[in-house]
Design a protein around this ligand. Sequence first.
Ligand code: DGY
Length: 323
Amino acid sequence: MGIQRKVYVTRRVPEPGIQILKAAGCELTFWDSDEAISKDELIKGINGVDALFCMLTDCIDDEVLEAAGPNLKVVSTMSVGYEHIDLKACEKRNIRVCNTPNVSTDSVAELTVALLLLTSRRLLEGVQAVKDGEWGKWKPMWLCGMELAQKTVGILGLGRIGYGVARRLKPFGVQKILYHDVCKVAYADDVGACFAEFDTLLTECDVICICCNLTPQTKHKFNKAAFEKMKSHAILVNSGRGGVIQHDHLLEALTSGEIAAAGLDVTDPEPLPKDHPLVKQHNCIVLPHMGSNTWDSRNHMSETAADNILSIFDGKTAVGLVQ
Ligand code: DGY
């Protein structure tokens, strides 16, 4: 029998990934809870492990890597985002970092479109009005929103998810899809999306979907100056990362009528406290970061995170190799 590799799993996760690691003979230790592990507990538990199977709520920094010790070969996050992992600190210690790309593309793209429709058609206000007994005789201008047909849609970040959103929005009869990204992408043509400068996205679009990662370049890209350039009937949807929006400035834009409405699946901070003004704002819908919350995605994320670990152990290229 070969050496038994030790894997620390920082949460209760769907079974498929666990089965893969067990079948490969790994020795597993869990933070056996649905709640996030504290840094102190993580540091206490990981000494001597070969792999860390972690979540986007775990801050994997130098202190954590130090506590793991020299056996640690791979940090495998069960998420697409990896901004919670200190890449430089991992590189310094020759530790590979992996994520779970591809497997949550459909779930997040679906949710982005759902959130856009929820926001643009004021659906939650309608549901609330019925519950509150405010549904009286038909009124011509009650709860009117905006339809997507003939509108210009902007997408910030035409990666897998942004592309999935564009593909789903096309059949709604949108007039134009513009996208902004670090560079032009060839597959944009497949969905008829045209590259635009960020300012053009702001000034021309009726709807903007944020589908990008949080990087130093995207942090607070939607700030006061950006909101001032947007159309007053524009709708902003964010399923990327909360930090792309400066939330105080968003609140101002929503209250002053600089933009019409916002739908947020991601916020800064997370969780957003229930008494946060954006939660109470009538033209803002806030969801609790549930873009990839489908069993299909979660099972595949768990499998991919486990496969990544085994690939690194075996010296193969992991599907989600970040570095
Ligand atoms: C991710 O994978 O990064 C999502 O935000 C959560 O599933």
